[in-house]
Design a protein around this ligand. Structure first.
Ligand code: PMP
Length: 422
């Protein structure tokens, strides 16, 4: 019998080898608040898709326009006319579905083209596609790491990586703590068949980045493998938008690059980029690749999104102008934006109830942002998370800053809020 009514985050916490901090983090903020306060921030409906300004279908408040800070479409490609045109051309040419998994007929010429392009994007030999970025992580780790192996995870890695490591042994180190990572590598030498350090490039909740240089050094020194998911760094960081790997110029030293087409590339799907041998192994071993359909023909638009990163670098410049403008404005208001190094800007409220209230007030002021709480982050680190896009205008950002000024003042009427906001 399924005891559904008893399900709680305690269950995640108690799962062997897993840590509630990373597990289910995408939903955690919503659900925690949903349970506590009702339904208002859970699964809002945008009537206008993914855009810098959207209309939300809110009960009693139809079609009001909001500045949207919830999308990871950092360069605004979801609405780029050329990307849309390429997606439509893909549908015209191939129909709307792939209709079979890659192993049994569902591998089309556009799949190969996307694989080749994403591999070349990272200056590597080969790539393969998965249905989602989540699967790219979970399936790859499941196929590679078994009970004689060890996965060494930064505690902040995405939920999909934790899931992928359920068939293997797991040790975690506190987020970006290089001494702890080194200690694990020292203490586990010669104890496992394979040891793989798995990190994110940009951490989606902390908004900061991995110390990739140091991690590469440690991994090489102690003879481990390195896998990195840079879902939030690609398109945003590095001179030509290749992400954290470019920022540190470590193209050759990350054994496995995983990622998603659902953020900067503005589509749906996941990828793994690595050497040909490893990709061939995964194509025959990763159950989710063998038994699950990947990219639909609209994904032909991904080819254009990848090209646009080189062809129209001004989107990245605009994004960073927006990031700097909003950060400076928030700093002037005295709010704490944590250690953000990416297009994700958190405002730390430090308390779940305050966080919920801040989010609600922002909505009242026409700003749609996400609240993040336990177990996505520890309770005392509750925060509002804002994702910026290149296509946000100054007017949008000024509306956000005005909203925060109002929210900050309104909430600082109470002492504990004062503390959180100063
Ligand atoms: N990795 C990270 C770091 C993410 O933030 C996400 C987004 N939810 C994913 C993987 C999963 O990507 P997708 O949404 O394509 O499944």
């Amino acid at each position: 019998k399924l005891e559904l009514e008893k399900a709680s985050f305690k269950d995640f916490e108690n799962m062997p080898g897993l840590n509630a901090y990373g597990w289910a983090r995408e939903f955690a903020g919503y659900v925690a608040n949903w349970n506590r306060r009702g339904h208002w921030n859970y699964q809002q409906e945008s009537l206008t898709g993914c855009a810098p300004e959207v209309e939300l279908n809110l009960p009693g408040n139809p079609n009001r326009s909001f500045v949207a800070l919830v999308f990871n479409d950092y360069l605004g490609f979801a609405q780029h006319p050329q990307v849309k045109a390429a997606a439509i051309a893909g549908i015209e040419k191939y129909g709307v579905g792939a209709a079979a998994s890659p192993a049994i007929g569902g591998h089309m010429s556009y799949h190969r083209e996307i694989e080749e392009k994403i591999a070349a994007f990272f200056k590597r030999e080969a790539a393969m596609l998965y249905t989602t970025g989540y699967t790219a992580n979970s399936a790859t780790m499941q196929a590679l790491l078994k009970k004689e192996d060890l996965a060494i995870l930064d505690m902040g890695v995405h939920a999909s990586i934790y899931e992928g490591c359920q068939l293997t042994n797991v040790k975690t180190f506190p987020h970006n703590n290089m001494e702890k990572l080194e200690r694990i590598l020292q203490e586990t030498q010669d104890m496992y068949r394979t040891r793989m350090v798995i990190i994110d490039g940009v951490y989606s909740q902390q908004a900061d980045i991995a110390f990739l240089d140091e991690i590469v050094r440690l991994v090489k020194h102690y003879g481990a493998y390195l896998a990195m998911d840079d879902a939030h760094g690609v398109g945003v960081l590095g001179k030509t938008g290749r992400g954290v790997i470019e920022l540190y110029d470590q193209f050759k030293n990350v054994d496995i690059i995983t990622g998603t087409f659902s953020k900067t590339f503005a589509h749906l799907g996941g990828y793994v980029v690595a050497d040909t041998n490893l990709i061939n192994f995964l194509k025959f071993q990763a159950r989710q690749h063998i038994f699950s359909v990947t990219a639909t023909p609209a994904s032909v638009g991904i080819l254009k999104s990848i090209d646009l990163i080189d062809e129209e670098p001004f989107w990245k410049t605009r994004l960073w102008n927006n990031i700097e403008y909003l950060k400076a404005g928030l700093r002037e208001l005295g709010v704490d934006t944590g250690n953000t190094q990416s297009a994700i800007i958190p405002v730390m409220t430090g308390d779940p109830a305050l966080n919920a209230e801040a989010c609600k007030l922002l909505m009242e002021a026409g700003v749609y942002a996400n609240q993040i709480g336990y177990p996505a982050v520890p309770r005392k680190n509750a925060r509002i998370r804002m994702s910026l896009m290149a296509t946000h205008t100054r007017e949008h950002l000024d509306r956000v800053l005005n909203a925060w000024e109002w929210v900050g003042k309104k909430l600082s009427l109470r002492k504990e809020v004062n503390e959180a906001f100063t």
